[in-house]
Design a protein around this ligand. Structure first.
Ligand SMILES: NC(=O)c1ccc[n+]([C@@H]2O[C@H](COP(=O)([O-])OP(=O)(O)OC[C@H]3O[C@@H](n4cnc5c(N)ncnc54)[C@H](OP(=O)(O)O)[C@@H]3O)[C@@H](O)[C@H]2O)c1
Length: 267
């Protein structure tokens, strides 16, 4: 039996991926949301661990309960993540701390704590980045972008450190997919438009643009093929892009002067 640890397992993306590999693993499913249990009742082999992974000692508690069952981990998927929107000159630094706690620090702690088990299995670590993980710095969307850029650098450094143990470290960069994160983006935009004193006009314009983009979001099950490649291929790619926006890709390759002009028009 192979063993997999999945954080943010309540995510619809995680749900689709886990069901597509359900016969090959015993799953340790971690999420802050207790309704997780209901979502997986048809899975053959799994344990559920309800925890806020950013809380002190949470990773130790998760480790204790998993290490009672296994001394090896073949797969770790870091799906837990949050989004935060707003202006760099208006939003409190605690927002930045909070997003880094989940999108980077908890990942760091989990990989470090479980390293012996992952090394024993010559396992795979999959970091769920985002298309924003390699995009230019965007106004009002920078907390998330900063956290995913940091995750990408962490991913690359870790891959190079642990390759001698036979561990594969892979990053996946999804574009927009229909999950509860999308509804959070919509409600956060509403809050920020009300909250801002300096950027009401620009944030209102950006909100409309984002709503248009979110309508084009793909169904969660469209991500499965990419994850299966990362999980099963004997020589997986170091990074996979899936469902990325062509507009954003083009914007990314423009010279900085043109990027600033385009962003001042549309963002
Ligand atoms: N959906 C997209 O378009 C998209 C695009 C690019 C990248 N991604 C990335 O894909 C991953 C999954 O995103 P998603 O869209 O599926 O989001 P989601 O639906 O919000 O799923 C994330 C899950 O993580 C859980 N979680 C959040 N904070 C946690 C914590 N401190 N401890 C334990 N669990 C926690 C959430 O619980 P709660 O819901 O209770 O907070 C939620 O169940 C994220 O890393 C995200 O950045 C998503």
């Amino acid at each position: 039996m192979k063993y997999a640890l999945i954080t943010g397992a309540k995510s619809l993306l995680a749900h689709s991926v886990i069901h597509s590999i359900k016969d090959d693993y015993f799953f340790f499913l971690v999420d802050i949301d207790p309704s997780l249990i209901e979502a997986y009742k048809d899975l053959p082999n799994f344990d559920v661990i309800i925890r806020d992974i950013t809380k002190e000692n949470a990773v130790d508690t998760i480790f204790e309960s998993i290490s009672k069952k296994t001394d090896r981990l073949d797969l770790v998927i870091h799906m837990a993540g949050i989004v935060e929107l707003g202006s760099l000159v208006e939003v409190n630094v605690n927002t930045l701390k909070k997003i880094f706690e989940i999108n980077l620090f908890s990942i760091y702690q989990i990989n470090q704590r479980f390293f012996p088990l992952i090394a024993k299995a010559k396992g795979r670590i999959i970091h769920v980045s985002s298309e924003y993980g390699r995009l230019l710095g965007l106004p009002f969307h920078s907390f998330y972008t900063m956290s995913k850029h940091a995750l990408e650098i962490y991913n690359d450094s870790l891959r190079r450190e642990v390759q001698e143990f036979g561990i594969k470290v892979i990053k996946i960069r999804p574009g927009a997919f229909k999950t509860s994160m999308q509804s959070r983006i919509i409600s956060q935009f509403k809050q920020q438009v009300e909250f801002t004193k300096l950027f009401k006009v620009r944030l209102t314009k950006l909100q409309k643009l984002m709503l248009g983009e979110l309508k084009r979001a793909k169904d969660a099950d469209k991500i499965v093929k990419t994850f299966r490649r990362a999980i099963y291929k004997s020589h997986p790619h170091r990074a996979y892009n899936v469902g990325n926006s062509l507009k954003m890709k083009i914007l990314n390759y423009l010279p900085s002067g043109l990027q600033d002009w385009a962003l001042s028009k549309f963002f």
